[in-house]
Ligand binder design. Structure first.
Ligand code: AMP
Ligand code: GLY
Length: 435
């Protein structure tokens, strides 16, 4: 079987790794891929938005499934393009992808479907937005409605901060058209978790929950990033809570999208806040999360294979058992290594040295490249994601941190505390157990 992965980051490397682990005979292609993916797949010099070139390749090679990683091609309609040519593809149509690409669309859908989320109102007028911020009171959250490369959300401690954020989005147009509308949203307090589900729009199979670490520095300080690390599973979510998330959040959302004539196929990502009143939606994404995928896929069981479920989502000709267990055993901790200057102005071109392989450790390439002399160099903000798997959380965390510490490139930044909340929980549970 032949599979084409669209994308070239750590998430796509993790997908390639999992596919090959389950089926070593698989023929894998990636467009454009990266030097890590190149060890598992043939990388094609095609960008993620060259739909004609991608479809031509898929048809000519008889690719059984094209799997789309990033949101940009989904937002631009790659799935619509492939389906029009009857080529099997995993991901949502452009209409369904609005769950991520338009925060005002997502908010309205949740209101209509009574999905628990923060109260919010949408504005195009700055004065009215400022008025709404005063009604909600500080802290308050200001969000550009469109895709803003993860930078369009501002959690404002004071009303003065909120006024500045509203001005930046609606008046100065810092985010361009992504900020032609904004949301003024109630601030939610709690722990965040990411829950992914594979779906064909009707059935859904949830994956084990993960927790991202968005801030650059240890202790959740410093600027927001694309994600500095993740771990899975998250013990803060019990099996009952997971069931509640399926019945009160994931299923009603899929039903509402179907009712609007935009059934969602692919991977639905629910970013949740575990509030005192139960789990509430912070945001939806229309694709696998990065770096959560690098922690979730290593604890995925070998049966059912991830690829089989994705094929079922794309082909619509079989319904999997929705109650299957998607957690094998153990824990995975992923530590992201970022380049100097990340997230504002990441430097590229620094030579990377990766130590020899260690048991239970997988190094996923995110932003790397090969120089003409063959040297591996940094090529983006997030450079590598080091995932360690182990039977205990503590060991996975220690192995991930230690290996991350031994990778070398100039100006390397990483957090040594990925999973600190889980460690605190487990330590507390240990003490309670011992008492
Ligand atoms: P988003 O891009 O929507 O995931 O938002 C980025 C981050 O902002 C989230 O991961 C949260 O940490 C924070 N955030 C977004 N909305 C809220 C909210 N309503 N209350 C508290 N924090 C929020
Ligand atoms: N880890 C956050 C995201 O993928 O959007």
């Amino acid at each position: 079987m032949k599979v084409l992965i669209v994308g070239g980051g750590g998430r796509e490397h993790a997908l390639a790794w999992r596919f090959k682990k389950d089926n070593p005979a698989l023929t894998l292609y990636a467009a454009p891929g990266n030097p890590g993916i190149a060890e598992l797949a043939t990388c094609l010099p095609i960008s993620v938005t060259e739909f004609d070139a991608l479809a031509t390749f898929a048809r000519r090679e008889g690719v059984s499934l094209t799997v789309v990683g990033p949101e940009a091609p989904l937002a631009a309609g790659i799935v619509d393009h492939f389906r029009a040519e009857r080529l099997p593809i995993f991901g949502p149509t452009r209409d369904a992808a609005q769950i991520e690409t338009s925060k005002s669309f997502a908010k309205q859908l949740m209101l209509d479907a009574r999905v628990p989320t923060a109260r919010a109102l949408t504005f195009t007028d700055a004065d009215r937005a400022r008025g709404a911020a005063r009604e909600l009171g500080a802290p308050v959250v200001i969000k550009a409605s469109g895709l803003a490369a993860g930078k369009g959300v501002m959690v404002c401690e004071t009303l003065a901060d909120a006024d500045r954020a509203i001005d930046a989005v609606l008046v100065q147009r810092t985010f361009g058209v992504a900020g032609s509308e904004l949301l003024v949203e109630e601030f939610m307090e709690g722990e965040e978790v990411s829950v992914f589900a594979i779906t064909n729009g009707e059935w859904l199979v949830p994956m084990v929950p993960a927790q991202d670490h968005k801030r650059l520095l240890a202790g959740d300080r410093g600027p927001n990033t694309g994600g500095m690390g993740a771990y899975a599973p998250v013990s803060a979510l019990t099996r009952e809570a997971e069931g509640e998330i399926v019945s009160t959040i994931l299923r009603p959302t899929l039903d509402a999208l179907r009712a609007r004539g935009a059934p969602f196929t692919g991977l639905l990502y629910a970013g949740l806040m575990l509030t005192r009143d139960g789990p509430k939606v912070v945001e939806f994404n229309c694709r696998f999360g990065d770096p959560e995928t690098q922690a979730i896929l290593p604890v995925w069981p070998s049966e059912p294979s991830l690829l089989d479920l994705m094929l079922a989502s794309a082909s619509n000709d079989e319904t999997p058992d929705e109650d299957i267990v998607t957690h094998d055993r153990g824990f995975a901790v992923t530590t992201v290594l970022a380049s100097v200057g990340y997230p504002e102005t990441p430097r590229t071109g620094d030579v990377i040295t990766i130590p020899p392989a260690a048991a239970g450790v997988t190094v996923f390439h995110a932003g790397t490249n090969r120089r003409s002399d063959g040297a591996l160099i940094t090529n983006g903000g997030r450079v590598l994601a080091v995932t360690a798997s182990a039977s205990t959380f503590e060991e996975a965390q220690r192995k991930s941190r230690e290996f991350a510490g031994r990778v070398e490139f100039e100006g390397k930044q990483f957090r040594a505390d990925i999973g600190w909340r889980e460690l605190a929980r487990q330590t507390a549970a240990g003490h309670a157990g011992a008492a």
